[in-house]
Write a protein that binds this ligand. Structure first.
Ligand code: NAP
Length: 449
């Protein structure tokens, strides 16, 4: 008979971590104790640092995560960095099982000339900047430019284009970072070019996100009718899929309304790829090539350059072509996919065998796809396998408590009750300006140092 509960460490405190913790404490077959670690002082990962500030409803899911964190079997340790304060070897004697919930912290490159020029950055960085992510508060994107190119037509591209297009009044009652609100207030941006390398039927954005561009105070959406013409394969996709059809219908409405009178324009362009970013030490122009779609044997519609070029004036480029996971010290890594190799959540070594006691959830498991809720089912799948594996664990003796261990690592973690005080303070700071909160940028700010 085991003489104690199963001890589980979760690395990362984003949505997938909290869905895994919730699934672990919901089941009644196995007694568990769950510790969640994050290198940042605040929990909730992309809900706090990724979701757009003007989409507060999506953030309300944090209330569910808080309920999980308040369960007596769950603890949160902020400001604990995996690989620095805790390694996989450190965790082995302290825990029976470890879950990696580290998401996809980096982004993909375009691999075109000029990508390193000042003013060219990833949407991930820009998002982190306007959401007060401690690592990006000093990014200082130059908004003293008239043209911005956003590469990619997923929902992250929609977020960054919309934040750039919105007026101060539209943003001032959100929880956007103060430094971003101030910078955007003085923004000179007039033209935002959002580039889809394939056609409108292949766009990854969802209906509500593209629809929002029809209701902005200072910006009109602009769509070229010729770029909405569909080849037979795309027409089939539109006929067979309601949400794709609605995307195309919304774009057609925009094309029919013309350019409009508002001072800012969001130009949605399709079947174009950036091929070069040019400028004297900084982004000044983006050369784009017109594409056509070609069908591959597996039915995928790929884009192919036609050798016809155009140049867009732009002082900033935001590549929004997908997130990418980074390797974690001591953990296996699939370089091609940017994920931790796994079989339905059981981590696999390079030889294809299971790495005992190691599991993975969320974007680190399946790559950067799906909405926040997608992580619930995904985490439950991993937890089911963990519980299956419990029978192979030897649970004898009391391991050292991690709180004691961390004292030997020069680490002063933020526990959940301290976070709750910080959370209350952020909400209080927001009240005078009718904002949901004013975020602290760093743990020192949050601790009042
Ligand atoms: P995404 O949905 O995968 O979109 C990436 C976009 O980049 C696609 O349009 C893709 O085009 C394009 N792309 C990739 N490589 C490219 C290249 N070399 N050149 C030009 N374009 C390229 O990724 P995401 O926007 O980062 O979003 C990640 C996930 O978060 C998605 O599941 C998204 O729905 C979710 N999310 C949801 C919300 C929300 O619900 N409001 C908000 C933000 C994010 P191809 O299709 O041609 O590859």
């Amino acid at each position: 008979m085991p003489d104690r509960a199963v001890r589980i460490a979760i690395i990362g405190a984003g949505p997938s971590a909290f869905y895994a913790a919730a699934a672990l404490i919901k089941q009644t077959d196995v007694e568990v104790r769950v510790d969640i670690f994050d290198r940042l002082f605040a929990p909730y990962g992309l809900v706090r640092y990724g979701v757009a500030p003007d989409h507060p409803r999506i953030k309300s899911v944090a209330a569910l995560y808080e309920k999980t964190a308040l369960d007596e079997r769950v603890r949160f340790f902020g400001c604990v960095e995996f690989g620095k304060h805790l390694t996989l070897d450190d965790l082995r004697p302290l825990y029976d099982q470890v879950i990696f919930a580290t998401g996809a912290q980096s982004d993909r490159n375009l691999n075109i000339p000029g990508e390193d020029l000042a003013g060219s950055m990833s949407a991930t960085e820009f998002v982190a900047w306007y959401n007060s992510h401690p690592d990006y508060v000093n990014l200082k994107p130059n908004l003293d430019v008239e043209g911005v190119v956003v590469v990619g037509v997923g929902n992250v591209a929609m977020d960054v284009a919309r934040i750039l297009a919105k007026s101060y009044d539209e943003l001032k009652e959100t929880d956007i970072a103060d430094h971003a609100l101030e910078a955007l207030k003085h923004s000179k941006v007039k033209n935002i070019y959002v580039l889809g390398r394939r056609g409108p039927a292949q766009a990854k954005f969802t209906n509500p996100e593209i629809k929002e561009f029809g209701h902005l105070e200072l910006a009109d959406p602009v769509v070229l009718p010729a770029e909405l013409e569909l080849d037979p394969d795309s027409q089939k996709a539109v006929d067979g899929h309601r949400l794709t059809r609605q995307n195309v219908e919304i774009l057609r409405e925009y094309a029919e309304s013309g350019a409009g009178e508002k001072p800012r324009k969001v130009h949605f362009r399709f079947l174009v790829s950036p091929v070069e970013i040019t400028g004297d030490g900084k982004v000044e122009h983006v050369k784009i090539e017109r594409n056509r779609l070609v069908s591959t044997p597996d039915g995928y519609l790929n884009c192919e350059g036609l050798g016809e070029y155009e140049t867009l004036p732009a002082g900033m480029v935001l590549r929004s072509v997908g997130y990418r996971g980074v390797p974690l010290p001591g953990a296996p890594y699939n370089e091609k996919k940017g994920t931790i190799p796994n079989d339905h959540g059981r981590v696999l070594n390079d030889d294809g065998n299971q790495l005992p006691g190691a599991y993975v959830v969320g974007w680190a498991k399946r790559g950067p796809t799906g909405v926040i809720g997608t992580n619930k089912k995904d985490a439950e799948e991993t937890v089911e396998l963990m519980l299956e594996d419990v029978k192979n664990l030897r649970r004898v003796g009391q391991p050292q408590d991690v709180a004691e261990f961390l004292k030997t690592r020069d680490c002063n973690p933020v526990l959940f009750d301290e976070w709750q005080k910080m959370n209350t303070a952020e909400i209080e700071r927001g009240k005078p300006a009718n904002r949901p909160r004013v975020k602290f940028n760093t743990v020192d700010d949050a601790r009042g140092r």
